[in-house]
Design a protein around this ligand. Structure first.
Ligand SMILES: [Mg+2]
Length: 257
């Protein structure tokens, strides 16, 4: 089993790992403070592109941890950097929230109704008109990029249809699938993390509760992967899965430094 002793940066998923909705998991805030006091870097990595980094900063402050803005990483930020780096001078039609559009704006991406690229995010402001418009652009042959692949986002009321579910709806409509999906478990998100935090992958651990995003993210991108059993994944699900984490812990409170 791999050790966490030589890890410099711990990347944390949020829901199911650090918190459940607006409630921190037992001992989670003490653990984050213990890691920080022990000289470890801590960042929060979320695939949720419906909210901005500032929304997440506020949320983490409300949970009780005194994070700084540099510690927040969203798939929206990684998508915006990807476009500015690999699709310079291209405009975008954003099927996403105003927060995602603002994130694009921060990286200088021009947003237009007839944009060159259709960006699909977790659009909690989705309307039929917007969806139809995106489908028309895709049918005309625009490039298709999605912020992350998750099918559902957990909420206290039940699962919300997330970007992966909207992706499936678009594929049923016109057969189009994204050429790039940015968020966990994919490489563009990892590239963003390593740049943003100035670290090498062998010094990074990804800690999360979901096998097909968090753990695969660690494994695909040469980080140490740590599964916690406080969220989505049960021992039965872990045993049945081909995705095997480097380390399995009951909760983040069991991280040793
Ligand atoms: Mg989670």
């Amino acid at each position: 089993m791999k050790s966490t002793k030589n890890i410099d940066l711990f990347l944390f998923d949020l829901d199911g790992t650090v918190n459940m909705g607006d409630r921190p998991l037992d001992g989670a805030i003490d653990t984050l403070n213990r890691l920080t006091a022990g000289g470890k870097k801590v960042c929060f990595v979320t695939n949720n592109s419906s909210k901005s980094k500032y929304d997440y900063l506020e949320k983490i402050h409300r949970l009780g941890y005194n994070a700084k803005i540099e510690q927040i990483i969203t798939s929206g930020m990684a998508t915006a950097q990807y476009l500015s780096r690999y699709r310079p001078y291209k405009s975008a039609f954003v099927l996403g929230t105003d927060q995602l559009k603002r994130e694009m704006g921060d990286y200088g991406i021009e947003i237009k109704d007839d944009g060159d690229i259709v960006i699909l995010g977790f659009d909690t402001s989705l309307t039929y008109d917007k969806l139809f418009h995106a489908c028309i652009l895709l049918e005309q042959g625009r490039e298709f990029i999605a912020t992350h692949p998750d099918f559902v986002c957990p909420s206290e009321y039940g699962n919300m249809p997330d970007t992966g579910a909207i992706m499936a709806l678009i594929e049923k409509t016109n057969g189009r699938t994204p050429s790039v999906i940015i968020g966990k478990p994919n490489a563009p998100m990892a590239e963003f993390v390593f740049d943003h935090c100035h670290v090498e992958p062998d010094k990074v651990a990804m800690v999360g509760d979901r096998l097909y995003t968090d753990i695969l993210f660690g494994k695909n991108n040469k980080m140490t992967s740590i599964l916690v059993l406080t969220g989505e994944t049960t021992v039965e699900m872990l045993n049945a899965s081909d995705i095997k984490p480097d380390i399995v812990l009951n909760s983040i409170n069991d991280i040793e430094i």
